[in-house]
Design a protein around this ligand. Sequence first.
Ligand code: CA
Length: 231
Amino acid sequence: MSRILVIEDEPDIQTLLRYNLQREGHDVVIAGTGSDGLHEVRRQPFDLILLDLMLPDRDGIEVCRILRTSKGMSSIPIIMVTAKGDESEIVLGLGIGADDYVTKPFRIKELLARVKVRLSRNREDEIEAEKQRIQIDDLVIDPVRHRVTIGGEPSELTLTEFKLLQFLASHPGIAYTRYDILEHVGDGDSVVTDRTIDVHVRNLRSKIKPYDACIETVRGIGYRFDERRRT
Ligand code: CA
């Protein structure tokens, strides 16, 4: 069973969606305005959001943008429900991170099918993320989402810093030369050279306290990840 938030102001559509989504076994919460919708998302976790773009208080695009840029909400799948022919809105919505759309008037079967696809994709992502996740105490490295959290708080790493941490942490105890590291974190990007590895390490350390000392400098060789050095 999934928990679905429907942000929609038209009573008939609210009823239609509630009835059909519940019949599919989902838990449904209805919000009649954009502000109520955002309020619900902050209050409880959802697996999916159906978002009408024409709302009485603020438009759905703005709601979508807020969802996509807010901590903890940015990965909830969003399916936009738009008026037919509103292509510029669809393009805009997909551009700021909505996952899919249906146009009104929609066939309920099509909408349910899209919901199903999105939820199962979400579950696959979740399983894959779980498999690849590296966790050291409360430091979590999520290679699927390219995200690092420490005690649940996200660390803002650059792509190179992320790859560097992922590479070293997934081979704990092994000392790598700068050249080895470069081979794994550089993607043909000329900006990353063996000397700049030191700069990336320094920047990375400053962002992953109290795990900074886990990235140990090995004299004459390079670097090694040692989780016991957590301060
Ligand atoms: Ca509407």
